[in-house]
Design a protein around this ligand. Structure first.
Ligand code: PLP
Length: 458
């Protein structure tokens, strides 16, 4: 027998219950009332459509609480990255070092001297904070930190090349994903793009001819980032480009993308162009991200000539893309690791890169032993984040044979602490390199639960 809609309790009736009082205390009156109304509406609709419904206050309040729980859960939540992609842009790129976190919690709860000169008691500049460290580390004349590297490139071009020509090698007209395309950024800054050379080969003579034919406000070099051209290729080196630019009295801007401050070759990777090398090659400005190989918060860093940076800081866009105090303090704390020389231990990205295959094999073996299922096999971790295109590091992964790997991945993604893994040869594989050690217990607990629900096909 279907109940009569008139049997549905009213909001007023529900308000007298102690559970409702508790909901109001936990979630506030407005949202609790909203949840009750929505729940009652759903019930009414279900009744009208002849569905079986439970009209007890307990059931109604449980449904309202479920609604409130979903409304009050932050959509941004931590996930376990078992993909082995270290700088995973979709997973928030670089995890921060403990001291960067400490710096944030030191500054964020209160006021700080962000733009206040404690010496004089007058207005100061937010640009000072990370700048001194960047100058110390790289020997650059000056520095500016903005929202991200896309903003850095846009700002530099807008301030130095609006309505003028910018020379870029055809092989460097890149798209790095997420809508960052060099030609579009140029267009947005109102600079005119002059394409130089061919897709695979561009020589210094091509740049010189372009300068003679059309003149330019600057030469832009962009790191290939997420792709590699192989075979019959040629690009002028940075020193050659800088010399040419300077002969024509224009600046050379180097968009490094990742901006490594240390040599990746030490970690059995291809040598990623370093910030210090660009400056040594006489690039006038260098731009790079804070959250790629630097291993810090999202930020864009511009280093180089003081006169150019003065001009850039005065441009209205500089105000629009400025970095906030949280970024500046987290970036500063990250930079201190490079000054001190403990980046490999302290900065998660470098800690992950530095983990040896043997260490990773031992971790994967521990997982296998704890679960008593699956096998440990050789695989490759990826740097990602548009750094070191195609570069991988040897790793060992735990491979689990399950009936439907994609269903299993979906189940793992839907856990309260979601786990992101990948499929290789019809197995789900979990790479210890990108799993933080403090996440291992949760990972193993979830995997155990997954395995009790689906029979592993060993
Ligand atoms: C990643 C990258 C950017 C964009 O940097 P964001 O910090 O993500 O804005 C720009 N240029 C190059 C060459 C890059 O690799």
């Amino acid at each position: 027998m279907t109940p009569d809609p008139r049997q549905i309790p009213s909001v007023d009736q529900l308000l007298h219950l102690s559970t409702t009082a508790w909901l109001i205390e936990s979630f506030g009156r407005t949202m609790t009332l909203k949840a009750l109304r929505e729940t009652l509406n759903t019930l009414r609709n279900n009744l009208i459509h002849g569905k079986i419904v439970d009209l007890t206050p307990e059931s109604i309040l449980t449904q309202a609480q479920n609604l409130l729980n979903t409304w009050f859960t932050l959509s941004l939540k931590p996930v376990i990255n078992a993909t082995g992609v270290i700088l995973h842009t979709n997973l928030g790129r670089a995890p921060l070092s403990p001291s960067a976190l400490q710096a944030i919690s030191h500054i964020a709860p209160g006021y700080c001297n962000l733009e206040f000169d404690l010496e004089t008691g007058r207005r100061g500049s937010r640009n000072l904070h990370a700048t001194q460290l960047l100058i110390q580390l790289t020997g650059a004349e000056d520095a500016l930190v903005v929202n991200n590297n896309a903003a850095a490139v846009l700002l530099v071009l807008s301030a130095l090349a609006a309505r003028r020509n910018v020379l870029v090698a055809r092989s460097q007209l890149i798209e790095i994903g997420g809508g960052f395309r060099i030609p579009e950024i140029l267009h947005q800054s109102r600079a005119r793009l002059i394409e130089v050379g061919t897709t695979n080969r561009t020589r210094i003579e091509d740049f010189e001819r372009a300068l003679q034919e059309s003149g330019a406000a600057l030469i832009l070099r962009a790191h290939h980032s997420n792709f590699r051209i192989i075979g019959f290729t040629e690009e002028p080196d940075l020193t050659e480009l800088a010399n040419l630019a300077h002969r024509y009295q224009i600046p050379l801007v180097d968009d490094l993308g990742s901006g490594a401050l240390v040599d990746t070759a030490k970690y059995d990777l291809t040598h990623e162009p370093m910030v210090q090398e660009s400056l040594a090659a006489n690039a006038d400005l260098v731009c790079f991200s804070g959250d790629k190989l630097l291993g810090g918060p999202q930020a864009g860093i511009i280093l180089g000539r003081k006169d150019l940076l003065e001009k850039i800081k005065r441009h209205p866009l500089a105000r629009a893309v400025r970095a906030d105090k949280i970024t500046l303090v987290a970036l500063s704390a990250t930079l201190l690791h490079y000054l001190k020389g403990d980046w490999e231990q302290a900065i998660p990205v470098w800690h992950m890169i530095a983990q040896s295959a043997e260490t990773l094999k031992a971790r994967a073996n521990r997982w296998q032993a704890a679960l008593q299922v699956g096998s440990v096999i050789e695989s490759r971790s990826t740097i990602g984040g548009g750094s070191l295109p195609g570069e991988t590091l040897p790793t060992y992964v735990l491979a689990l044979g399950v009936k439907s790997p994609s269903q299993a991945l979906k189940w793992l993604r839907h856990r309260p602490y979601p786990i992101v893994a990948r499929i290789e040869n019809d197995h789900i594989v979990l790479d210890p390199r990108t799993v933080l050690e403090e996440q291992e217990d949760i990972l193993l607990r979830e995997l155990r639960q997954l395995l009790t629900q689906i029979k592993p096909s060993l």
